[in-house]
Every structure is written in structure tokens, then in C-alpha cells.
Design a protein around this ligand. Structure first.
Ligand code: UDP
Ligand code: MG
Length: 312
């Protein structure tokens, strides 16, 4: 039975990619051109670039595919850009990928095949992590171990390079949370998933927009979004410290009544320090969750469109 032509979208969040964006878009189009029974649209989301990204994309003359340019008024972050792209994509399936060729476009035809064979989500899984410093590599490993352990979701080596069925996109756009972690939410939704491995090539142009500090903030926000276990840890710590103090308290009382008190200055100092730091850490953990609640209750939209510069 011949299949009707399907519309397929590629969503690309871009931030300061003027140098390479045109080449990247052309490479993607060349890679997907021969997928049978497909009509393609590229949805480029400019996440507040301060260079000529918007102009470069706007000047392109798409040939045989549709090009949609979604411009955000400022830098809202990659998660917000992905959401903006998904909201504007019209495809029966939507591929989300980075605009620096670190997500090889040659994989897309295979992803489409797997989707047509029934998978609702096709994830490209990192086989190696590309060139990465020792600190970021270790940091990523610690984060993924913690995240998988706390959230019960398998996200190690996951990437934002995914193909989503229309149904998945609809669900994703309807989720009420503002602060999102795409890599965690997609597995959380639980649709049938196929995986294909890929190795991360070095960036084609320009440089990564992520500093260490920004990555750390992202990690904390992802962990607090997917697990309340750290809050329970605070309770557990409290109980633990209480048990210790019960033991030391009994000893102190015993010494008082038997008349051998006074010494034990070191113990007092150590206990002060221990309890003080446990309290601080606990307050910090509670604070991180409070911050999330605060962010969510403000109810601000995750991004704002610059309609005058967009081409929807
Ligand atoms: N990006 C974005 N907004 C940001 C930072 C990055 O839309 O605030 C885009 C960027 O243009 C690229 C993708 O997200 O298409 C991945 O970013 P990058 O290559 O800097 O991250 P890395 O590959 O180092 O994780
Ligand atoms: Mg990159």
C-alpha cells in the first residue's frame, strides 16, 4: 500500500551560530533529501543570538523544503528554544538536533525508518562523549549516575538528538512545567523507544555556549525536577544527627552526675561544626526546591517570541 507523503520537521535551537549555520542547514537538507515519501521543514529557533545568525538564516532561499525561523526576544536557554521549536513544528515526526553537526544528520534517514517501523521515540545515544576535558567528563558521569539513581530513568549517554512522533510532541508541549529537562522528560513519558548509537564528532564551527557554571546549574535544576530524594535525605540526616546527639548527650549526663565533667572541649567543638554544616547543607537543599517552586508558581512563559523577526 503506498504511503501518503509525510511531513517531517527538524528543530534546531541556535545561539550565536552565524559562522556555520548556513552550512549546517545545507548539510542537513542534503542528508535527508532522499528519504522517500517525505516533505521536510526546518524549524530554526534563534535563542537570542547576538551575532548575525538570524540574518544569515533569513537570507537563505530554501529549495525543496520549508524553512521556518522562530526568533526569541532574548536568550532563554536551549530547553526553552527546543520547546519553542516543538510548538512550531508541524511534522508527523519531529527531529530535534544541535546546529553544530555534533549530531550527525546522516542518522536521520535511519531514525525515520525506525519511526515508520513503529517507534514513537528514536533516541540517538552517545557511544563516546567526543572530545571533552577530564573535569567535564567526570562531572557528566557523576551527574548521570546521580540522576539515574534518583529518578529511576536511564539517561546515561542520552543526547538531545531525538526523533519524536507527533503524539509525543503534543504531550511534551502540553506538560505544565516551565523549567524543562528534555533528556529526562522524554524517557519519563514512556513511549516505545528505539535507540541508535552515534559517536560525537567535534564541533563544526564556533564554540560551545556552555560554561561549567551553567552546566552545574542545569544539573541541579534537572535533579530537583526529577527527584525529591534529596529532601528526604535532609530528614535522614536529621535522624542520624539526633541519634549521635542522644549517645553523646547520655555520656555527658553520666559524666555530670558522676562528677567527671569539664573535659570534652574537643567533642563540643566537633559536634558544633558537624551539626552546623549539616544544617547549612540541609537548608541549601530545601532552598533549591523552594527556588523551583518559586520559579514555577510565577507562571511566566518559558520564552517570548519576537514576531517581527520570525518567519513562521
Ligand atoms: N544553544 C541554544 N541556546 C543556548 C545555548 C546553546 O539554543 O543558550 C544551542 C546551540 O546553538 C547548539 C545547541 O544548542 O545548536 C547545543 O549547544 P552547544 O553545541 O553549545 O552545546 P554542547 O554541544 O557543548 O553541549
Ligand atoms: Mg555542540
Amino acid at each position: 500500500m503506498p504511503r501518503d507523503t509525510q511531513t517531517l520537521s527538524v528543530v534546531l535551537p541556535v545561539h550565536d551560530e552565524a559562522e556555520g549555520v548556513v552550512h549546517v542547514l545545507e548539510t542537513i537538507v542534503a542528508a535527508v533529501r532522499h528519504v522517500p515519501e517525505a516533505r521536510w521543514e526546518l524549524v530554526v529557533v534563534d535563542d537570542g543570538s547576538s551575532d548575525a545568525t538570524v540574518e544569515r538564516v533569513g537570507a537563505m532561499e530554501p529549495d525543496g523544503y520549508a524553512l521556518r525561523l522562530v526568533v526569541l526576544t532574548r536568550n532563554f536557554g536551549k530547553e526553552a528554544a527546543i520547546l519553542a521549536g516543538l510548538e512550531h513544528a508541524r511534522g508527523d515526526a519531529v527531529v530535534v538536533m544541535d546546529a553544530d553537526l555534533q549530531h550527525p544528520p546522516e542518522l536521520i534517514p535511519r531514525m525515520v525508518e525506525l519511526w515508520r517501523a513503529g517507534a514513537q521515540v528514536v533516541e540517538a545515544v552517545k557511544e563516546n562523549r567526543g572530545r571533552e576535558g577530564a573535569v567535564s567528563g567526570l562531572g557528566a558521569r557523576v551527574f548521570y549516575a546521580l540522576f539515574s539513581w534518583l529518578s529511576g530513568l536511564e539517561v546515561a549517554n542520552a543526547s538531545d538528538f531525538k526523533l519524536l512522533d507527533r503524539e509525543v510532541v503534543e504531550h511534551y508541549c502540553r506538560l505544565p512545567e516551565r523549567n524543562r529537562f528534555f533528556r529526562g522528560l522524554i524517557p519519563w513519558m514512556g513511549f516505545t523507544t528505539a535507540r541508535i548509537p552515534f559517536s560525537v564528532p567535534p564541533r563544526a564551527h564556533g564554540r560551545s555556549s556552555w560554561g561549567r557554571w551553567r552546566l552545574l546549574r542545569l544539573a541541579v535544576s534537572a535533579l530537583t525536577a526529577f527527584s525529591s530524594a534529596p529532601l528526604h535525605l535532609v530528614t535522614a540526616l536529621g535522624v542520624f544527627v539526633f541519634l549521635i546527639s542522644a549517645v553523646f548527650g547520655s555520656i555527658a549526663l553520666y559524666q555530670k552526675f558522676t562528677g567527671v565533667a569539664v573535659s570534652g572541649f574537643t567533642t563540643v567543638i566537633l559536634l558544633q561544626l558537624l551539626i552546623g554544616s549539616v544544617l547549612m547543607v540541609s537548608l541549601g537543599i530545601i532552598g533549591s526546591y523552594l527556588a523551583r517552586v518559586f520559579e514555577e508558581t510565577k507562571g511566566r512563559p518559558p520564552f517570548i517570541l519576537d514576531r517581527r523577526r520570525s518567519r513562521l
